[in-house]
Design a protein around this ligand. Structure first.
Ligand code: MRU
Length: 329
């Protein structure tokens, strides 16, 4: 059975092994990564994905840069530009900066960051599981593969099932990379949680039939008023949940909060190659000259959010005061 951890540092070999999530759940393939540029490519090309995991990958990219004798400033810039939306990437690189030029210190720092991620997620799971009940719908993948820890929203869902509160999980397939169908379904099956994959457009019909009791998602970046970016389709779910009077929860570590942004308006939204939507399972789905648009994320306004869960607890509106308190030095 494949590992659920996205990275395996092999520092004595001057390598970090990256689990190629594009191949899951069918093949377990580990990519040996030996430089910051290679780690940036693994992040950009989606071998490693999910906001907290991308942050950890970037931190280990800096460790590799030191071991390979690369210029730290160039390595930092290369990793920083790999993907724009998840703020965890920039936060992890900011944390690595004081150790530039010191391979040992940077390795210790990367391990510390990983421990912090795990600790934060255990708390998110504890708080988040108490907020959910019944049949829960989730989007994309927020489990251990996406985080390097226990997962955020998906970790809370698994724990809620263990405690007998959650009975079933609806898993959006999550076009175009199918993180829901490939990764979330696999992680839920491993945990023995009853679930079914649905096409992204099925959620409205299930809500109208009364078959969804709560929605729980993760986040790639949250502004200080609670607006947040997450996988494309999340915003639509929040509108649907409000229309059907269904609680809509977002669960994230504080490292996904961007204290410089007052609202979600300034969140950079990644646009990925058209090719990712033009083809399905390696085959074209439209005439070859058809233009496509591939927004990888959308922004959900805080007004559509029932509650926010972080390692500090569960927050109900108004969110701005609580978020400010949680991020105060
Ligand atoms: O494009 P991806 O697969 O990196 O997008 C991931 C998501 O949108 C997740 O929901 C988010 O990173 C939260 S992971 C805990």
């Amino acid at each position: 059975m494949p590992s659920t951890l996205p990275l395996r540092p092999r520092i004595r070999d001057r390598r970090v092994l990256v689990l190629d999530q594009r191949r899951l759940p069918f093949d377990e393939v580990w990519i040996p990564v030996a430089s910051a540029a290679e780690m940036a490519a693994a992040i950009r090309d989606m071998a490693v994905r999910g906001a907290p995991a991308v942050g950890l990958a970037a931190a280990w990219g800096m460790v590799l840069a030191h071991l390979a004798g690369e210029d730290p400033a160039e390595a930092d810039a290369c990793l920083r530009s790999a993907r724009p939306t998840a703020v965890n990437l920039a936060h992890a690189l900011d944390r690595m900066r004081p150790d530039w030029g010191d391979p040992k210190a940077s390795e210790i720092r990367a391990r510390t960051l990983w421990r912090e991620v795990k600790r934060a997620e255990r708390a998110i799971v504890r708080h988040g599981s108490r907020c959910l009940a019944g049949r829960v719908l989730t989007h994309c993948n927020t489990g251990p593969l996406a985080t390097g820890g226990t997962g955020t929203a998906l970790g809370a869902i698994v724990e809620g099932f263990r405690q007998g509160r959650i009975t079933h999980v609806w898993v959006d397939e999550t076009r175009p990379w199918l993180q829901g169908a490939r990764l979330t379904a696999w992680e839920l099956a491993r945990e023995g949680v009853p679930h079914a994959v649905i096409t992204d457009s099925t959620s409205a019909a299930l809500m109208a039939r009364g078959e969804v009791d709560a929605v729980a998602v993760g986040a790639d970046r949250m502004a200080m008023n609670g607006d947040f970016a997450n996988k494309i389709g999340t915003y639509g779910l929040s509108v649907l949940a409000r229309h059907h009077d269904i609680p809509f929860w977002v669960m994230l570590p504080l490292s996904s909060l961007d204290a410089r942004l007052a609202t979600g308006e300034g969140i950079p939204i990644e646009e990925r190659p058209q090719e990712e939507v033009r083809t399905f399972a390696g085959r074209a789905i439209a005439p070859s000259d058809t233009p496509f648009r591939n927004l990888a994320f959308d922004v959900t306004p805080h007004t559509l959010v029932t509650g926010i869960v972080t390692e500090r607890g569960a927050l109900l509106p108004p969110f701005d005061e609580g978020l400010l308190r949680w991020t105060a030095p």
